[in-house]
Design a protein around this ligand. Sequence first.
Ligand code: ZN
Length: 258
Amino acid sequence: MFNIQIMKIKYRKWGLRLVATCIVVLGLLLAIVLNPILLYANKSNVGNYTICSQHLPDPYFIERLNNATELLKTSELYDGNQKLTICINDGSAFPRLVQAIQGPAFAYAYYHNVVLNGAVNARDNYVELNGYKWNLTELLAHEATHCMQSRKYGLLHSNPIARYPQWKWEGYPEYVARKNKASLSENISHLIETEHTDNNNWISFDDSTGTVIPYYKSWLLMQYCLDIRKMSYTQLLEDTTCEALFTQYMMNWYATRK
Ligand SMILES: [Zn+2]
C-alpha cells in the first residue's frame, strides 16, 4: 500500500515535469516562429521590409520585392505603414521548421511574416519547388496580400479562424499578384485549353512559371467579381453567393463576350 502511494507521487511528479517540458518547448517554438531572425545569420532592412537570409540578399531580389510592392499598392487593403519580414530559403533551418508545421508549399504567410520555402532564383524571377516554378515577384505579392488580409480584418476575422471559402481567401492574393497578366476572357480560354490536356492540376504562363488550377480558377472568379461586377473585396467577403453560382454567372458572361 505504502509502495503504491510512493509510485503515485512519482508518476505525478514525472507527469508535471513532462507537462512543464512541453510548455517550455512549445514556448520556444512559438518564440522562434514569431521571430524568424533567431535562425538567420543576416538581417537587412529595405523600406518596409526586413529580409532574413543567410547571405546578403541578391540585388535582383530587392528589385523583385520592389516590383511586388507596386502590385500591392493596387489593392484596397494596402497600408503603406505595414512592415513585413521576408524569410529566404538559403540555408537557414527556419523554412524547414515552418514546412514541418504547415506541410510543403512554395511559401507561407502568417502575421507579418512571409517565408519562401522553394529555391529562389531572383535573377530569372522564379521560385522552384519539386520541379515546378512560381513567379517570384507574384509569389511575394501573393503572400504579402495574405498579411494585408490579416492586418485589415484581424486574426479572428481572417482564415483559418473565419473559414471564408478557399476561393475567396486564395483568389484575392492571386488577383493582386497577377494584376498585370491577361484579361478575364483570355484567362478563361487558357483554362479551357489546359483542362483538355494532361495538366497534373498545374497551369502555366508564358514565362514558364505557373500555378495550381484551383488557385487559377479562384483568380478568375475574383477578376469576374471585382473587375466585371465591380464589387469590392470586402463586399465579396460578406456576399453569400456560392462559388458554383458565381462560376455560372462568369461563364454566361464569357459566352456572350465571344
Ligand atoms: Zn495563399
